[in-house]
Design a protein around this ligand. Structure first.
Ligand SMILES: Nc1ncnc2c1ncn2[C@@H]1O[C@H](COP(=O)(O)OP(=O)(O)O)[C@@H](O)[C@H]1O
Ligand SMILES: [Mg+2]
Length: 240
């Protein structure tokens, strides 16, 4: 589904991704954890083409991103920490914009799927609201529905609950868990360790631009293989 081979990415002198390689299979849920500045966001942004990599190769469903970037990126949706909704559009407007503009869908068709997606994320009654009228948790659920409206095969999440008040985290994680149950391939950068443990098939631990551990959640959370990971987990769990 996704294949990364020796990805390198620098910002000037700063090497942010260093020889990163991995495979993600159809339907897998991958959590990406690790300290701030370790390259987690840059990895996701590189996958979806928001950053240009310096070397290495990326394949999305067998398509080389280098050869046909746009086509590969269309298979992915991304949800960011900040909600990035169009502030001057209603919830419905946000959901139908890209399907109509990018995919050339008919408005009625786009609206029908938007209704289904709003039902899925529990926001049917908010379709005529503007982002400013929503809570953070509701905005993030709209952002997820908006990404899904493009019918991606892969969903990327970059700390989707980090800017939410604690009492709103659960409703967003519930929606993401629902997607995991539907076998949608996902890569999720998160600091929610309990969630990562439950929902993931595999966990990547990133440190200084490398994936230093790629293993099942039982292994990383119960019996971390290095002191570096152990220290990180102790620190982050003491904050929660
Ligand atoms: N556009 C950019 N220009 C320069 N440096 C950047 C840019 N984006 C990220 N960085 C740097 O790259 C490193 C990794 O950042 P990032 O991928 O955001 O880490 P993480 O998401 O794990 O916190 C950090 O040192 C960060 O300051
Ligand atoms: Mg980040």
């Amino acid at each position: 589904m996704i294949k990364a081979k020796n990805i390198n990415k620098s910002f000037g002198e700063l090497e942010v991704l260093r020889d990163v390689s991995f495979d993600v299979q159809q339907g897998e849920v991958i959590s990406i954890i690790g300290p701030s500045g370790s390259g987690k966001s840059t990895l996701l942004r590189s996958l979806i083409g928001l950053e240009e990599i310096n070397s290495g190769e990326l394949f999305i469903e067998g398509i080389s991103v280098k050869k046909s970037g746009k086509k590969a990126y269309e298979k992915m949706g991304m949800v960011f920490q900040g909600f990035n909704l169009f502030p001057h559009k209603t919830v419905m407007g946000n959901l139908i914009e890209a399907p109509i503009v990018v995919k050339g869908e008919k408005k009625e068709e786009a609206k029908k799927r938007a209704e289904e997606l709003l039902n899925k994320v529990g926001l049917t009654d908010k379709k005529d609201s503007y982002p400013a009228q929503l809570s953070g948790g509701q905005k993030q659920r709209v952002a997820i529905a908006r990404a899904l409206a493009m019918e991606p095969d892969i969903m990327l999440f970059d700390e989707p609950t980090s800017s939410l008040d604690p009492e709103l985290v659960g409703e967003v994680l519930t929606v993401i868990r629902g997607l995991a149950d539907e076998n949608i391939t996902m890569m999720i950068v998160t600091h929610e360790m309990g969630f990562a443990k439950d929902v993931s098939d595999r966990v990547f631990f990133m440190d200084h631009g490398k994936i230093i551990s790629d293993t099942v959640p039982e292994k990383i959370f119960v019996n971390p293989e290095s002191e570096r990971i152990q220290n990180f987990l102790t620190k982050i769990l003491s904050q929660n």
